[in-house]
Design a protein around this ligand. Structure first.
Ligand code: PMT
Length: 399
């Protein structure tokens, strides 16, 4: 997995910088081409000569080498993966805030390659809300974080914040490279958000979906190389390269899905589509003085069931089941009834899970009877696990 891969190894200024030497050696031994970048503070902890001797080329430390103009773009564009070990609070903060003040932080902003950060710092710093918020921001953006370990720290202290073992870091890099582009050439259609069914021009029947889970799918699939079309009822920031179509009602969503479903290899229905809508929306605002209106409802089209009826050979269909009671049984019933390949059973009453949270906990049920429990984690990680299950069900492609 590592042979021939180009890895930028960023080393920032903490006592754990000495372990970067071992990370570098392991990557090179496995056949990777390692380009080391050290910050000024890293040079206080280890010598440039040490890393240069072990890496595939000399250490770079500066943006201002006349022999090599704009080194950050060259490094960023050429990398298969960028690894920062150790990553200090300062580097993590700059990266989360989009600041570039040296070669390493500029390279992090200049790359489209996956990035693995390996934080290391004292426990108090690691647990500081500012650092934790930066880590959460980076995770949300798809940065892979190798969590620090609990153990002995500089100065004889004990606690969380010790750089992960070099073997763990190298294994994480291998994993990132392995899943890096397993969706290359795969067309993925994702729906996100809750539909709004109008009662009159100012009122609607809606639900609490924020779109976070659907967007997480779109982002992770895009990062893994898929061509992603996202049909959404909400406006959220999205990575350039994801095609976005904005809709409002279940009928809009059904029409947009129909336009794209035939060409899609994978369809993920993460949207919370209304099951009922007002039979007739009033053309003008219903006045309070006219008394309490009677709103007559009718069922909306079941988009997912329609997709299952038209399903192409080899297409993978993923539904969600938002439930509050008998979660597994209800999800299993929807999986069979809607003839899906996978269903993500989502107990939306569980703490930290479901609507609006950044986290979720789900059980992924497959038509072949297998199931996987995903305990509370970031919504991107949920998407990753489900996409792993999708990848295993995609028809084998030539090459
Ligand atoms: O958006 P977030 O705030 O991040 O919250 C995420 C989520 C809770 C919305 C998400 O994880 C989730 O559970 N989405 C599915 C919500 C839902 O509508 O579940 P359901 O059990 O009512 O529907 C079952 C499946 O049928 C879903 O895939 C749904 O998209 C689909 N459906 C439902 C009704 C309908 N008329 N047409 C459909 O296609």
């Amino acid at each position: 997995m590592l042979a021939g891969r180009r890895i930028v190894l960023g080393v920032s200024g903490g006592i754990a910088a000495y372990k970067a030497v071992e990370v570098c050696r392991r990557l090179v031994d496995a056949g990777a081409f390692v380009s080391p970048v050290m910050t000024k503070d890293a040079e206080r902890f280890i010598g440039k000569v040490t890393l240069s001797a072990l890496a595939s080329e000399k250490v770079r430390t500066s943006m201002w080498d006349e022999a090599e103009p704009i080194p950050h773009t060259k490094l960023g564009q050429g990398a298969d993966v960028v690894v920062v070990a150790p990553a200090t609070a300062r580097v993590l903060g700059a990266y989360a805030a989009g600041l570039s003040y040296d070669l390493l932080t500029s390279t992090l902003l200049a790359t489209r390659a996956p990035v693995v950060v390996c934080p290391a710092m004292h426990t108090e710093m690691w647990e500081h809300p500012a650092v934790q918020e930066n880590i959460a921001t980076l995770r949300r953006r798809g940065v892979h974080v190798v969590d620090p370990e609990v153990g002995r720290l500089a100065g004889g202290d004990e606690g969380a914040g010790r750089l992960a073992d070099p073997a763990v870091i190298v294994a994480a890099v291998e994993r990132v490279l392995a899943t890096g582009h397993d969706f290359a050439g795969v067309r993925v259609l994702v729906t996100a958000g809750g539909t709004r069914e109008p009662i009159d021009p100012v009122r609607f029947i809606g639900n609490r979906s924020s779109g976070k889970q659907g967007y997480a799918f779109a982002e992770v699939a895009h990062q893994r190389g898929a061509h992603v079309t996202l049909i959404t009822t909400v406006d959220r920031a999205v990575t350039a390269g994801i095609a976005v179509e904005r809709v409002e009602t279940a009928a809009d969503m059904e029409a947009a899905v129909a336009r794209h479903s035939n060409e899609a290899d994978v369809i993920v229905m993460a949207a919370a589509v209304a099951d009922f809508r007002p039979k007739a929306a009033a053309d003008v605002k219903i006045k309070k003085g006219e008394g309490v209106p009677e709103v007559v409802l009718e069922p909306t089209p079941d988009i997912l069931a329609g997709l299952a009826e038209r399903k192409r050979h080899g297409q993978v269909l993923v539904g969600f089941a938002a439930e509050t009671v008998d979660v597994r049984a209800n999800a299993a019933d929807k999986l069979a009834r809607k003839r899906l390949d996978l269903i993500v059973a989502n107990d939306v009453s569980a703490p930290g899970a479901g609507f609006e949270h950044d986290t979720n906990s789900v059980v992924v049920l497959a038509a072949d009877g297998t199931e996987q429990n995903v305990p509370l984690t970031d919504k991107r990680q949920v998407a990753s696990v489900v996409l792993d299950a999708v990848a295993a069900r995609l028809p084998r492609r030539p090459g």
